[in-house]
Write a protein that binds this ligand. Structure first.
Ligand code: NAP
Length: 504
């Protein structure tokens, strides 16, 4: 189907297919992927599928079904589990042990898939989902190719969803792209960033392009600056050894926050076609003014949490966490001042920040508009107004708030900020689907708009890698900030024009 028609159509039921999950004994499969497939089934978005799990562990079909049932029971958006639906799904769930380094096991997988598809009368459409550590992405794809499992035809189709992270720097992302392209065509590759599956992130596109009032103001003539925040209350939890190597710039900014930045800043695409949208997103990344060498300290600020209190609970500092070096220089807070060198955004700073152990979990975009050109009511009365702010909350409590200046009732002209609110939950009264539901359905439908293209990933790493290189050479350590605070006080100095970081 034409991708535009398919995306806009309410009936998006894809052709029957087999979803093959590599990393099937892992956490993501149990917590997100299978509950998402179950909810799609429950809401009748899927007609017929088989789920085939593959990983090193030895599991019987029954043991695998049991594990997934527990996952659906515990983590599904819609609970309790619908017994009759699960009983009808369970017979088409299977497990095949596969060592990802062993080509013979992929040939066995192929034989098993053919048998399963025959048993369930499925046409051979296959969606392979790589829910594994990134170190095995390339071997899995190579072995899929060698086993003849990913032929480029569309009927039946073979598509591959690749989890994050896609590379850890520019060279590794380029190398992974190269290895993947030796086996797959770009249109078969679905690099997932689950932020793009979130309703409010997609609403950014609708909000900008389905309303005529915002777009005329969406430029440097009216916008003073933009702040994008991705704040978590959690620390590194059980993932200390992973996080030590990653840091928040890799873990959150290169992927999630840059995706949000692209949707907020891109030019209107000519259509909602996947490549038209992704071309415009990539142009934003390519227009980012590079920050390299000595400039890094002027445009990027890193921090690391010390012990403190979050949501009323005392928590340890980052260096005291399990599997973290007591002298670690890994950043758990990062703030960036970005410039987008194009006609629309010249001179408008984009401030991005992401951190762990913040006082609140919140992801939002705040567009700060310029103040009124003439201070009709006098400087003193208008001084405390920061100008109109349009805040788009991506999570939690999804919605949009517009801050306006209003006259305080009374005899004098006194101005105070008031807000106009739109809240998803109260306006629509229905629960939004989970990001993984939307993205799995898109991948099964062959709609890659909300997945990241190879050149897009490389463009984001091209910007990020020099920052890591400068940090590696630097003698300085991240600025400490107390867990439960909004980050190091030094971060305020990154903002110019009298702006301050929001405390959403
Ligand atoms: N968990 C999340 O919320 C989340 C969110 C976003 C992205 N991700 C990404 O999703 C991926 C999976 O995450 P996860 O949390 O599910 O990881 P996990 O719990 O550690 O599971 C990893 C899976 O990969 C398998 N595996 C690892 N090395 C293998 C090898 N050499 N050969 C065969 N199987 C191998 C493991 O199987 P065996 O144990 O049977 O060997 C296991 O099933 C990662 O890339 C992660 O970055 C996860």
């Amino acid at each position: 189907m034409n991708p535009l028609r398919a995306q806009l159509s309410a009936d998006r039921t894809p052709a029957p297919a087999t979803v093959v999950i590599f990393g099937a004994s892992g956490d993501l499969t149990k917590r997100k992927l299978v509950p998402a497939l179950y909810n799609l089934m429950l809401e009748r978005h899927l007609s017929r599928i088989a789920i085939v799990g593959a990983s090193r562990s030895t599991l019987s079909d029954d043991a695998f079904r049991q594990r997934l049932e527990e996952g659906v029971d515990a983590y599904s958006r819609r609970r309790p589990i619908d017994r009759s639906l699960w009983d009808s799904m369970a017979p088409s769930i299977h497990y095949q042990p596969v060592d990802f380094a062993d080509p013979a096991m992929f040939r066995e997988l192929k034989t098993r898939l053919e048998a399963i598809e025959k048993e369930h009368n499925l046409p051979g459409n296959r969606l392979f989902y790589l829910s594994t550590p990134p170190s095995v992405f390339a071997p899995i794809i190579r072995n899929l190719g060698q086993a003849g499992l990913v032929n480029p035809g569309e009927d039946p189709f073979a598509r591959v969803v690749i989890e994050k992270p896609f590379g850890t720097d520019l060279a590794s992302a380029q190398s992974l792209n190269h290895q993947v392209h030796q086996v797959l065509e770009e249109r078969q590759i679905y690099r997932i960033d689950h932020y793009l599956g979130k309703e409010t992130v997609q609403n950014l596109l609708v909000f900008r392009y389905a309303n005529s009032i915002f777009e005329p103001m969406w430029n440097n003539k009216y916008v003073r600056s933009v702040q994008i925040t991705g704040a978590e209350t959690l620390g590194v939890e059980q993932r200390g050894s992973y996080f030590e190597k990653a840091g928040i710039l890799r873990d959150m900014v290169q992927n999630h926050l840059f995706q949000v930045l692209c949707l907020a800043a891109m030019e209107p695409p000519a259509s909602f076609d996947a490549d038209a949208v992704r071309d415009e997103k990539t142009k934003v990344l390519k227009a980012l003014r590079p920050v390299t060498g000595r400039d890094v300290d002027d445009f990027v600020l890193r921090g690391q949490y010390t012990k403190g209190s979050v949501l009323g609970r005392d928590v340890a500092g980052y260096r005291e966490e399990a599997n973290v070096d007591p002298e670690s220089r890994t950043e758990t807070y990062v703030a960036l001042k970005l410039g987008i060198d194009n006609w629309r955004w010249a001179g408008v700073p984009f401030y991005l920040r992401s951190a762990k152990r913040m006082p609140k979990k919140v992801t939002e975009i705040a567009v700060h508009f310029r103040p009124a050109p003439h201070r009709l009511f006098g400087d003193a009365r208008m001084a405390h107004l920061e100008g109109n702010v349009l805040a788009i909350r991506i999570q939690p409590d999804e919605g949009i708030t517009l801050t306006l200046g209003s006259k305080v009732p009374g005899q004098a002209i006194e101005i105070a900020p008031v807000s106009m609110e739109f809240r998803y939950a109260s306006s629509f009264g229905v629960e939004a689907p989970e990001a993984y539901e939307r993205l799995l359905l898109d991948a099964l439908n062959g709609e890659p708009t909300l997945f990241t293209r190879g050149d897009e990933v490389e463009a984001s790493w091209r910007f990020i890698t020099p920052i890591h290189e400068a940090w590696a050479e630097s003698e300085t350590a991240p600025f400490p900030y107390e867990a439960g605070s909004w980050g190091p006080p030094e971060a305020e100095a990154l903002l110019t024009d009298g702006m301050m970081w929001r405390k959403p």
